[in-house]
Design a protein around this ligand. Sequence first.
Ligand code: B12
Length: 322
Amino acid sequence: MQPYNSELFLTTSEVADLFDVHPSTVKRWSDTEGLEVDKTEGGHRRIYLRNALTFAEERGIETFLAPFAPFESHVWLAVRDAKDHHDFKRARSLAMGWLLRGYPRRVTALFHQLVIRPELPLELVCDRAIQPFMAEIGTAWREGRLRIGEEHMASQAVLEALIRLSPRQALEDPDEERGGSTRPPVAVVGAAEGDQHQIGSMCIRVLLEREGWQVLYPGANTPAEEFAALQRTRRADLICVSVSPPATEAHIRRAFDVLREFYRAGTPYHLVFGGSEIGEIPELAGPSPFQSVEVFRSAVAFIDWVRNHGQEMESEAWAETA
Ligand code: B12
């Protein structure tokens, strides 16, 4: 095994995952069909990634790595680190390299690979891959290592990876309009007025959709009055307002005041503010008409709260239409 990168020797089950077949099929292929294997000292099979990919190519077996040629091994290691150790450093530096060389589609495809994997919680990918990657982009731009066009391409690449996740069942439920008895919980998600940053709220949108929510998504720069109007139209159970710098706590206070003014007890909802830089805002903890007011600095903390309270909101949604 000496002349090879030892990190690129795959176990039978890793190859099975890559080929989307049962491990026993991989064993059979290595015994009788010419899939080249090495053996460890303990007698376990190890398959060099390049040999596995050549075998796949010859047999017409599709793998998620093929479109990344000639960077299959880089992508394999990045995805393996993410899956096995929740370590996204390799993925982020690969994405940055591609962006700087003018390959934004690869960036989208890589992030897409991270966000679709069932073994990788999406909220973790948002907090540990997307958020830090975009922060690195921001720093590189500020230091003049990245042009503004490249920063925009990075934003677009990440947004595209996320939007591809939006599930088909997220189409509005016709049963709801007919007054049917099944109504999924509904949320309005966007960024505060004056805030042009869209990726944080897009993370929240796709996370909620994955949890079975219907999401109204006005996106960036949404006035608080609009959040209120959208909430009322669909009797939404939740409003999520994303706030990034240079928007400040003053923006949150203003949105809070406007939403409080527009609040109607007949269409109750929970109010959530989110963003990694939001500080303490004591006023939000005081008495208010909302079912609750929460502030989250991460997607992980938010989704934890949704899972703990989601059931409650779902039954409230059902009770309303029953
Ligand atoms: C991309 C970007 C832009 C893009 C946005 C494109 C788009 N379509 O979104 C554009 C070019 C439009 C832009 C504009 C500006 N930007 Co800008 N931008 C960024 C950058 C690089 C990335 C932001 C991002 O997408 N992050 C990725 C997401 C996933 O992270 P996030 O928003 O934090 O979201 C996570 C959590 O916060 C949380 N979360 C977020 N929202 C919510 C909501 C809820 C409900 C919950 C529960 C959780 C939650 O979950 C997410 C997942 O972890 C940041 C750098 C940085 N350090 O963040 C600068 C940055 C935020 N921008 C900055 C600046 C200065 C600006 C401009 C003023 C530049 C200018 N001179 O015009 C304008 C401001 C426009 C405005 N009024 O808003 C500064 C702010 C500095 C400061 N303290 O004031 C930063 C920090 C860059 C820097 N290093 O200087 N920007």
